[in-house]
Design a protein around this ligand. Structure first.
Ligand code: F6R
Length: 266
């Protein structure tokens, strides 16, 4: 794992956008794994800006989202399909036929989950998986006790997640209590992972995920097993990390980060 701590939320978003843009420029057919949630909004808008400026082309890119609520039609303003259209897909030149989310409306959810895994495999697997972290330490909707080898499947959401996401879903009463999510095992098969975490409310759970034991109680901790996982955080989210000085030293001194070091300047 590599942890990069940047002074502000905006700088953390900028670095994430630059890293994704670099991958997409190097590999126009990139298979990108995507996440939703408040953390990603600014990042997606920055990617939209790069496209508008004419420096980022999504025409050949293929995407797979981590999760989708069960029982919400794609047209619902609270569906993750709607979120993705709004925040990213309609802002760039991606072919919507190349964008995929689990089918939370499928009559047979198990078959839909197997189909989702098969589509990812057909595309050659995910090149770069973008991730956030939930209040309960989840990645995707892999709630506490999710098997670390789990695959795409329906999952009941925890009270912590329902509380976290209810404001984005028109309140707790209307919010779906189940979702389809890629499994921890599915996520760990991505060639590269990039987790973006901002804000003080995530500081404690981030420290558990990065520096604590690998445990299904905090599924983000499974990323410690991934050979190419970068974690980009702002100073607030990084506040409880024990190894801060070491992580900062690496970012300031390792040649691979040289082009991004200006982001440290306030
Ligand atoms: C959503 C997802 C979740 C979120 C996490 C953080 O697709 O995969 O794991 O990344 O719940 O959500 P925010 O950014 O709203 O705090």
């Amino acid at each position: 794992m590599e942890v990069i701590i940047l002074p502000s939320r905006e700088k953390a978003n900028l670095l994430a956008a630059k890293l994704i843009a670099k991958e997409l420029r190097e590999k126009p057919h990139l298979v990108l794994g995507l996440a939703t949630g408040r953390t990603m909004e600014r990042l997606y808008h920055l990617l939209g800006d790069l496209h508008r400026e004419g420096t980022l082309d999504f025409s050949l890119c293929r995407t797979f989202n981590l999760d989708e609520y069960i029982g919400l039609p794609p047209a619902s303003p609270y569906s993750y399909r709607h979120y993705m259209n709004e925040h990213l897909f309609h802002r760039v030149n991606i072919d919507l036929r190349n964008t995929h989310l689990p089918d939370g409306m499928a009559a047979d959810l198990q078959t839909a989950c197997r189909h989702y895994e098969a589509m990812i495999a057909e595309c050659g697997g995910i090149d770069l998986q973008l991730l956030g972290i939930g209040a309960d330490g989840h990645i995707g909707f892999n709630e506490p006790l999710s098997a670390l080898r789990s695959r795409t499947r329906p999952k009941a959401l925890t009270p912590a997640t329902i509380q976290q996401n209810a404001p984005l879903c028109g309140g707790e009463a209307d919010m779906p209590k189940r979702a389809i999510t890629m499994g921890v095992g599915t996520i760990l098969e991505a060639k590269h992972c990039l987790m973006l975490v901002t804000g003080s409310s995530k500081a404690k759970v981030l420290a558990q995920a990065v520096e604590g034991p690998i445990t299904s109680m905090v599924t983000a901790s499974a990323l410690q097993l991934h050979p190419h996982c970068r974690v980009i955080v702002d100073a607030k989210a990084g506040a409880e990390l024990q190894g801060k000085e070491y992580y900062n030293w690496i970012f300031r001194n390792e040649p691979e980060w040289a082009e991004y070091q200006p982001l440290l300047e306030e």
